[in-house]
Design a protein around this ligand. Sequence first.
Ligand code: BGC
Length: 246
Amino acid sequence: MIALGIDIGGSGIKGALVDTKTGELVSERLRVDTPNPSKPEACIALIKQMAQTLNYKGPMGVGIPGIVIQGTLYSAANIDNDWIGLNAEDAIARETGCAVVVRNDADVAAVAELNFGAGHQQPGVVMMFTLGTGIGAAMFVNGRLVPNLELGHLYLRGMKKDAEDYASDRIRQKEKLKWKEWGGRLHEYFQHIEFLFSPELIIIGGGVSKKHEKFLKYIKTRAAVVPAELRNEAGIVGAAVTAVSH
Ligand code: BGC
């Protein structure tokens, strides 16, 4: 089956048509800058344009950086606060005429990795983290997703700030951290995660995961830590798969 996957991020909105059986993109990958401010109307207008460019009116899945319950946003990180309280599924469906499913961005990226990537057919507790502007988190127990884990907002060692303000890729770039230094911060973070959840496998995604040789070696946990395989496309692919299998 073909579905449209959309990935709303702090810096870009990406989309493509996906073959949900194989996880392959079957159209060009479209990308536009996220509008500033990233108000719902402005973002939804761009999503509508994407669907029109692809001449598409079928099931659409959307990943977004926030807590999503039954289509409504309960938090908004790195996107405008006007999203909070909005039923994004209804709002996007009204504009595009598509049947829309909206989920947390890390959750859909993890769905892609579990179906087609590093977590394929992995039993037990599997966790995925996306390192980007924030830290996204997802957990599967025997293939079933536990949605809306907000583990980028944990406090480490009583620090009065969120872990993602200490160990995200945004902070690595902003503070010009050396790989080893950043790897050390990630090590601290994942040790704590392991203590809390005892996952058997940890998958690391986000754009920076393509440079995984530079930093994964510093993360020493009992669980294996592996890079995501779908990289940049996980958000799009997972959103599309979710649209047809929720
Ligand atoms: C948000 C999450 C999101 C993650 C990755 C965090 O700041 O709270 O909902 O999954 O960033 O985008």
